[in-house]
Design a protein. Structure first.
Length: 256
């Protein structure tokens, strides 16, 4: 082999190595997961569990991704994706225009919205107009916090790093209402908060969840394609039924 061809060969090998690395071949992905967003992602007895966790495990299995879960708050997940400390984010991450400027999102796989949670004996609160003069709690760095900040007439907004703290404040009578994602509010109202709080099932917003991917990673398309394949072959529906006890109203990659 001539010296010229040897240089070309080494150059080609180097480019191939970079390409494989960019596709995740030699990289352990840092996956941020919300540590307290049941039933989507949460930590229970030291184990990361949830609907989105099972979705990710199957995506990673099919794509051959090595990964490491990093339990964080939702605000920490988004900021860590932005500054490159995370590669992927899970945990009820709402897709919106502002976040799309910071990260890439897969196709939506869950449709939801914000709702209010109030003490069970509060039968007067029906919609956001009834929050006038009241103290509201939510989780900082979320779309719920952003929404609550725009509600006119609210006396005070208490923002916590973990939504569980907001629920605790409501149970203790320190706040008048909690605003947060419907699925998580429903989960709390049917378990820990049963007979103590009630969810007002009047959605304040309409939102979609997606897997967030660091823009510098370069394989959000692979994740999206696999998610759609899981929708078409029935795997998505199987995982959905495991966590929600019913068939999904919509499936990624499948038209209604």
């Amino acid at each position: 082999m001539t010296r010229t061809w040897a240089k070309k060969w080494l150059s080609l090998v180097g480019l191939l190595a970079v390409a494989l690395s960019a596709c995740g071949g030699n990289k352990t992905l840092q996956v941020g997961v919300d540590k307290g967003f049941a039933p989507f992602s949460y930590v229970e007895q030291g184990e990361v569990r949830g609907f989105e966790i099972d979705l990710w495990k199957e995506i990673a299995r099919r794509e051959g991704f090595a990964y490491e879960f990093k339990p964080l708050s939702q605000g920490e997940i988004l900021s860590s994706l932005k500054n490159g400390k995370l590669d992927v984010g899970l945990g009820g991450l709402t897709i919106n225009k502002e976040r799309r400027q910071l990260v890439e999102f897969t196709t939506p796989y869950y449709y939801t919205g914000l709702v209010m949670l109030v003490p069970e004996n509060d039968q007067n609160t029906v919609n956001a107009y009834d929050l006038n003069g009241k103290v509201i709690a939510t989780e900082i760095g979320t779309t719920a916090y952003r929404y609550a900040s725009k509600v006119k007439g609210v006396k005070e907004i208490k923002a916590f790093p973990d939504i569980k703290l907001a629920y605790s404040q409501l149970m203790a009578g320190e706040v008048d209402a909690v605003i947060f994602d419907r699925a998580n509010v429903k989960q709390f109202a049917q378990t820990t908060g049963k007979h103590k709080v009630r969810m007002i099932d009047n959605r304040l917003t309409i939102e979609q969840y997606g897997i967030a991917v660091n823009k510098d990673i370069g394989f959000s398309g692979r994740i999206d394609t696999t998610l759609r394949e899981m929708g078409r072959d029935g795997t998505f529906a199987k995982i959905y039924r495991k966590w929600f006890g019913e068939n999904p109203p919509s499936v990624p990659g499948v038209k209604k």
